[in-house]
Ligand binder design. Structure first.
Ligand code: BTN
Length: 327
């Protein structure tokens, strides 16, 4: 616990030397105890510069996830308070389902450096190479009826989009229902899986995949046109923990807003971030292809599409393609 707090303190005072004396005062322990904790952090992959009489400065963080580094960035009350890290799993979704069945609480997150059988929406595979992305599943237990689950999907997309914008400065937008695009190419996807009985939700596993630090060569050739990464778009490596921490903070805030004020504020935020509204789209649905222009979301989160003849159609699921100018 003390190690986590010490790390958080260094993170909050980046680029500064902090003396052993100041740290021992701050944490109410001896300088030897501080030195021991710094060595624990060193063993976990953190590097410190130490100068006699000036103190310690954090100069490097491990490139792999560690619970310490995540906890230093996660400032939420519920979401992410329990973190399960894995080097490699088939899918973080599977691990999260299993953990819930064993009693995992709301807010538990499962993160893996790599997935061997990552899955996406509509039965697709999700490419999840080692150490390059954020492959994460979050346990939620919302008290909403099953038909309103799509609202939660949109809420997560809003939180993620705002967070990506804030952390990277990129103009990310949301393609209905919950793909995140930068310049027309996908950087992130969200997959919701739930367990319910008689329209009552037991739990939801929200799977979030963010192509953070993939280089062009890390994508299989068939994905290169349609997908991109935060690294490719910004030209710099993304600190994954910072993005996770920011996203969980945003999500918790919107989750609270949704519980207190319902879907309307989330719908307005979603519409403001959408790249699929008021432009020509083609939607592949289970019942065929629909072409038109999306005009709004309805109160349940469904997409209202205006067809060429002026009639309106409400879509509850499907795959949107932006047909012009970058179809
Ligand atoms: C999509 O856009 O199709 C959704 C992709 C969701 C991918 C994430 S990665 C973490 C979690 N584990 C999985 O197997 N899938 C989700």
């Amino acid at each position: 616990m003390m190690t986590d707090r010490l790390l958080a303190y260094f993170m909050d005072n980046k680029d500064q030397y902090i003396s052993g004396e100041q740290l021992s005062r701050e944490f109410g322990c001896s300088r030897t105890a501080i030195w021991k904790q710094i060595n624990v952090l060193r063993l976990n992959g953190y590097s410190f510069d130490a100068i006699p009489r000036r103190g310690y400065r954090l100069i490097g963080e491990p490139s792999r996830f560690s619970v310490h580094s995540l906890l230093a960035h996660v400032k939420t009350e519920i979401l992410g308070r329990s973190i399960r890290l894995f080097d490699e799993v088939d899918s973080t979704q599977n691990v999260a389902h299993k953990l819930v069945r064993e009693g995992a609480q709301e807010g538990t997150i499962v993160i893996a450096e790599a997935q061997t059988a990552g899955r996406g929406r509509m039965g697709r595979k999700w490419h999840s190479p080692k150490g390059k992305g954020i492959w994460m599943s979050l346990v939620l237990k919302p008290e909403i009826p099953l038909p309103l689950l799509s609202q939660l999907t949109l809420l997560i997309a809003v939180a993620l989009c705002r967070s990506v914008r804030r952390v990277t400065g990129l103009e990310a937008g949301i393609k209905w229902p919950n793909d995140l695009l930068v310049d027309g190419r996908k950087i992130s996807g969200i997959l919701l899986e739930s367990s319910a009985e008689d329209e009552r939700l037991h739990y939801v596993i929200a799977g979030i995949g963010i192509s953070a630090n993939l280089e062009e060569k890390d994508f299989p050739p068939e994905l290169r046109n349609a997908a991109t990464s935060l690294l490719i778009e910004t030209g710099r490596e993304i600190e994954r923990e910072v993005l996770i921490g920011d996203f969980l903070g945003q999500l918790e805030e919107f989750y609270r807003l949704y519980t207190q004020q319902g879907f309307t504020p989330i719908r307005l935020l979603w519409e403001a971030l959408s790249v699929s509204l008021h432009r020509p789209i083609r939607v592949n649905t289970e019942r065929g292809v629909v072409e038109g222009s999306a005009v709004a979301l309805d109160e349940t989160g469904a997409l209202i599409v205006e067809l060429e003849d002026g009639k309106r159609m409400t879509l509850y699921s499907g795959e949107v393609h932006l047909t012009k100018p970058d179809s």
